[in-house]
Design a protein. Structure first.
Length: 395
């Protein structure tokens, strides 16, 4: 890891300071905005809080056992630091979320932010073995363990991943690692343009039938292909990883779809960081076999917003997830009109980033049902942690 890790005493002091801040907030009924490195600060519904608390000072690797393929680190440690540590041992932390590696481990898990490899290696919740959090009363709570076979506290781990800090502030996590593949290469292939859904359906069916198991398989629209400087006509990115023979066999299998151009590995970093500041971002999903439906819905919205900077669209084929990125430019009325129509049946819609004024108009609360409210009360009885970010009443 680059730099000097804080001493255990420094880390413990940072956790104690966090506990004090949460206890004070609970006693005063004063909501807190919980943040990691701030990478996703503008994501999710607005939080009305008088004070911010950050986990940025709670950093460092606590324990790393390469032989067990496990690592425990503090929540404020960046993904870039963890990738450097594990790479030195020939291992890999399978967390490569949208937004790049500047984000922290805690924020990546709290937001459950996935990325292009998630279809092959799993979602963030599949990577985590154990967590330590400070709950809404200021108490330290631990769940899970530090070995792959430990299943104690399984439900607590799953609850905390993706809770956006509403159940507790993540201070530490144990994650499972993977060995770095012997061969890791990326290819660009041509794909049918968006205006021919029937042709694209047939092409996607051929692609799904191929004997391949790519680490990532991402479809991009023309605007994003240009931004990534892909070869002319290329709209499919395929990352093949594994032993040399397996990668060679998959390369041959993909050749039935046409010529493939090799790309530098950093194309994935450029894709993950393609979203510009101030963008509105929408996620649409369906069963992977029905990918054309959410893709066409994203294209419809993009066309409705034509006139400014071109919207970027990309899809993770293994998961059936399409992301629409609208660069800053369209005013709130235009965004509201384009985003406001209900998606067709069978398509799930999740807003990632929106102008603050549009959240109550466009996005339903995700955690305002009786079960969610009961879980929230159990971990944060005073409702001081990120109130409103998942849609529950902020007051």
């Amino acid at each position: 890891m680059t730099g000097v890790a804080p001493s255990p005493t420094t880390r413990d002091a940072a956790v104690a300071e966090l506990q004090d801040a949460v206890r004070d907030a609970a006693g005063a009924g004063m909501p807190l905005r919980v943040l990691g490195g701030g990478t996703w600060e503008d994501a999710g519904r607005p939080v009305r809080a008088a004070r911010r608390v950050r986990t940025a000072a709670i950093t460092g690797v606590v324990e790393y056992v390469p032989g067990d393929l496990t690592l425990t680190a503090r929540a404020g440690t960046t993904l870039a630091e963890l990738h450097a540590v594990t790479r030195a041992e020939g291992q890999w932390l399978p967390l490569e979320p949208w937004g790049g590696d500047a984000g922290t481990l805690g924020a990546t898990l709290a937001t459950a932010t996935a990325g292009p490899t998630s279809g092959a290696v799993g979602l963030p919740r599949d990577v985590v073995l154990g967590v330590t959090v400070v709950d809404g009363s200021g108490a330290v709570v631990r769940g899970g363990g530090r070995v792959v076979k430990n299943v104690a506290g399984f439900d607590l781990v799953r609850l905390m991943v993706g809770a956006w800090g509403t159940l507790g502030v993540l201070t530490e996590a144990t994650v499972r690692l993977r060995a770095l593949p012997e061969t890791d290469e990326t290819l660009a292939l041509a794909a049918p343009p968006a205006g021919h859904p029937a042709t694209r359906d047939a092409w996607l069916a051929r692609l799904r039938a191929l004997p391949i198991a790519p680490a990532s398989l991402e479809l991009v629209n023309e605007a994003l292909a240009r931004q990534l400087a892909l070869p002319t006509g290329a709209r499919l990115l395929a990352r093949l990883a594994g032993n040399a023979d397996a990668v060679a066999a998959q390369r041959v299998a993909l050749a039935v779809l046409g010529d493939a151009a090799p790309l530098p590995a950093d194309v994935w970093h450029r894709l993950r960081t393609a979203e510009p500041a101030g963008a509105a971002t929408l996620r649409l999903s369906a069963a992977p076999a029905r990918l054309t439906a959410p893709w066409q819905e994203a294209v419809r919205i993009a066309d409705a917003l034509a006139g400014g900077a071109e919207p970027l669209v990309h899809a993770s084929l293994a998961r059936g997830v399409v992301r629409l990125i609208v660069p800053a430019g369209p005013g709130e009325p235009a965004l509201a009109a384009a985003f406001g129509a209900r998606p067709p049946d069978g398509i799930r819609r999740v807003f990632e980033r929106l102008p603050a004024a549009l959240w109550p108009r466009l996005s339903e609360g995700a955690a305002d049902d009786p079960l969610s409210r009961g879980v929230r009360r159990a971990f944060d009885p005073h409702l001081v942690l990120n109130p409103g970010i998942l849609g529950e009443p902020s007051a």
